[in-house]
Design a protein around this ligand. Sequence first.
Ligand SMILES: Nc1ncnc2c1ncn2[C@@H]1O[C@H](COP(=O)(O)OP(=O)(O)OP(=O)(O)O)[C@@H](O)[C@H]1O
Ligand SMILES: [Mg+2]
Length: 269
Amino acid sequence: MEVKSEKKVGENPEKTEEKNNMTGQNTLIKFDHISRIYQMGAETIRALDDISLTIHVNDYISIMGPSGSGKSTLMNIIGCLDTPTSGVYQFEDEIVCDMNSEKIIKMNDNQLASIRNKKIGFVFQTFNLLPRATAFQNVELPLIYAGIPRHERREKVLKALKDVSLADRSTHTPSELSGGQRQRVAIARALVNSPSIILADEPTGNLDSETSREIMVFLDELHRLNNTVIIVTHEPDIAAHAHRMIHILDGKIDRDEINHQKIKNPVNV
Ligand SMILES: Nc1ncnc2c1ncn2[C@@H]1O[C@H](COP(=O)(O)OP(=O)(O)OP(=O)(O)O)[C@@H](O)[C@H]1O
Ligand SMILES: [Mg+2]
């Protein structure tokens, strides 16, 4: 019997995005009135200000906005690296935190680490690779955190490095790699656990335009393979790879629009 409402993270066929948006199926992430406030002495900084947002499986989203508008804060909350001050955050079917209820509900550190290690792949502007570890060891790290046995780790790491065309650089440390190769190691590390979602905060920020194109080919491919991809970028041509473009301004969603250049059959709602 076909169970239509069943969520199949990472398995839904292409072109379901439009359907999802209409039916609400396959919701991956839900923000319900999320705020992140910093109190700095007398000053209150609303890094995120009452954001409600739904992200579906296999969405390809770019997040743009001026410096200080809240993009990294948004990514950090999605990635369970930070907790909102108010609002409800739901990942897949689980409540990550409900800061509104009388008694605040929050996942404990182990639960959060489990989501980070198993469900989310992070790619940062500055690569965040361990400088003294080889490409192999850097990519292996999330698998160690996730408790995967050694023999399985080796196979997965070699496959991830092959996927980013770096099979022949596995023994190189970051300083023995080019900028683009370093970022590809970071992408391999993000992918090695087959996460539900790739979060890339300015993944091309430190790269020249040719190398940026190379990285975007990988991110496009990841989306084509049914992953959910979210990129923060300042560059409009990078943002244009995404199918949905969200603009943040002063901690609020200013615009959330479909990239009609990419979506051939836009949602008819
Ligand atoms: N730990 C912190 N303590 C206090 N304020 C913070 C902290 N982290 C961020 N902020 C403030 O929150 C706001 C949003 O910061 P955020 O890093 O999300 O911006 P951003 O959009 O990623 O900017 P950029 O494009 O420069 O990376 C900024 O005004 C910033 O100064
Ligand atoms: Mg930032």
